[in-house]
Write a protein that binds this ligand. Structure first.
Ligand code: ARG
Length: 466
């Protein structure tokens, strides 16, 4: 069926036809379009809008098409889009009666519905893959509750922690990424079908019926909104972009940590490359690419937001241009999630090096100040000043952490308070020991093995409930 033969004289130029065509990225909604046409035709027949026999013929042709697959379609660019290609196929099977299928429907509500149907499935897949990633992280965390690690702020030594505690930062961020995506799902799961071009139709269609047949939770209650809104795409891509940001941060850490300078982890050979000239190289290419590809998600989000901004209601062809960016986001998100999961599980932790770093550069100084507050009953600010001055002195006179004792501390105390602290050396030793630091942080969210275990348990409960 040539759509143009009524209103238009002659063909589009080849260049314009190719510019206008969405066929390439419409392939993703091929099956959804059959499903939609099946539901719509079923409803039209049940409502007595089209003859039962015609409906049966249409449904049979749609069933055949589903079996034959997309190869059965004529996808010449002059066909414009998948909706016309499907209708043309049905016409080739049953003749002009195929035209009944398009009663009370427009490609405008069709494409909005198809995109939602497919995106629902994609979100479920991505959601599951986030859950699997969290599970993998929890398994790793289980093994590293006692693995001392150094935590950074400003990428400067900050305080000792454990590798498990750090991993749970990833797991909690990913849980929110998951929840955000699932929240977007609720607004993807709405049915615009029946909006037709923009104002519904005067045929007595049953929109609740197609909503049910297509498995949507809700029907969209304004037809102009139904055909013109793509916020469901924007927020899904935002959720993916946010998840990409989480993943890129993890990549960044793996890249840093696997350097000779940090040396706290080793990325598996399966996820490493080498150099064509420098024979010694083991490069974290995969982590670098995943870090870079997360930018694609943010880029696509910007493109989508910019297309949508200031569009007049209702349908505009600009909306078609959103679709390829949606699919690219979905594919990129899937790819980086999957590779990230494998790569993180491939790492080995150099526990000795991590423990050495946790002890270096006075990463335990906060605990020493805390002990002064507790044992010497002084305001934290005063303790902060004494320990800060003590660190400067130690660095200047090249006194290492292990050599700090009560006498050394008292020299500083005298300068600042004019008297000694007489802290016992055992308290100082404990304060400066990274493992004691970690063990003492037993509050909710803390680094102690018990606090970490509680979070692992709570995340496992979350995984089981999803
Ligand atoms: N291919 C179009 C899209 O993706 C389908 C809707 C076309 N509607 C129209 N009136 N030309 O948005």
């Amino acid at each position: 069926m040539n759509l143009r033969s009524g209103r238009l004289k002659g063909k589009m130029s080849d260049e314009a036809a190719s510019f206008n065509s969405s066929l390439e990225f419409d392939k993703r909604i091929f099956e959804a379009d059959i499903e939609l046409n099946t539901a719509h035709t079923t409803m039209l027949a049940r409502q007595g809008i089209i003859p039962e026999e015609t409906a049966q013929n249409i449904l049979k042709a749609l069933k055949d098409l589903k079996e034959e697959g997309i190869e059965a379609l004529d996808l010449d660019i002059s066909v414009e889009d998948i909706h016309m290609a499907v209708e043309n196929y049905v016409t080739s099977k049953i003749g002009a009666d195929a035209g009944y299928m398009h009663t009370a429907k427009s490609r405008n509500d069709q494409v909005a519905t198809d995109l939602r149907l497919v995106l629902k499935e994609e979100i479920k897949l991505i959601g599951n893959s986030i859950l699997r990633f969290i599970e993998e992280i929890l398994d790793m965390a289980d093994e590293h509750k006692e693995t001392i690690f150094v935590g950074y702020t400003h990428l400067q030594h900050a305080q000792p922690t454990t590798f498990a505690h750090h991993l749970l930062a990833y797991a909690n961020a990913l849980r929110r990424d998951y929840e955000r995506l699932m929240d977007a799902y609720k607004r993807v799961d709405m049915n615009p079908l029946g909006s037709a071009a923009l104002t519904t139709t005067s045929f007595p269609i049953d929109r609740e019926m197609t909503t049910k047949l297509l498995g949507f939770s809700r029907v969209m209650e304004n037809s102009i909104d139904g055909v013109s809104s793509r916020d469901f795409i924007a927020e899904t891509v935002f959720s993916l972009s946010m998840m990409g940001s989480t993943i890129s941060k993890i990549c960044e850490e793996l890249i840093n940590w696997s350097t000779y300078e940090f040396g706290v982890i080793e990325i598996g050979y399966e996820y490493s490359s080498t150099s064509s000239i420098m024979p010694q190289k083991k490069n974290p290419d995969i982590a670098e690419l995943a870090r870079a590809k997360s930018a694609v998600l943010t880029g696509e989000l910007m493109t989508i937001m910019t297309i949508l901004k200031a569009l007049p209601y209702s349908y505009n062809k600009d909306l078609q241009e959103v679709t390829p960016h949606l699919w690219n986001s979905v594919d990129t998100a899937k790819a980086i999630l999957s590779i990230m999961n494998g790569m993180l599980s491939s790492i080995t932790v150099n526990k000795e090096r991590a423990a050495e770093l946790a002890k270096s550069n006075f990463a335990t100084a906060t605990e020493l100040a805390d002990i002064l507050v507790r044992e010497k009953n002084m305001p934290f600010r005063t303790a902060h000043k004494i320990v800060g001055r003590m660190v400067t002195k130690a660095l200047e006179s090249k006194v290492s952490l292990d050599d700090i004792d009560s006498k050394f501390l008292d020299k500083v105390a005298h300068e600042i308070m004019g008297k000694s602290l007489d802290l016992n050396d055992e308290s100082i030793r404990k304060a400066l020991d990274p493992y004691e630091n970690v063990k003492a942080r037993t509050v909710i969210g803390g680094s102690s093995p018990e606090a970490v275990e509680k979070v692992i348990v709570s995340l496992r409960i979350f995984l089981n409930e999803e």
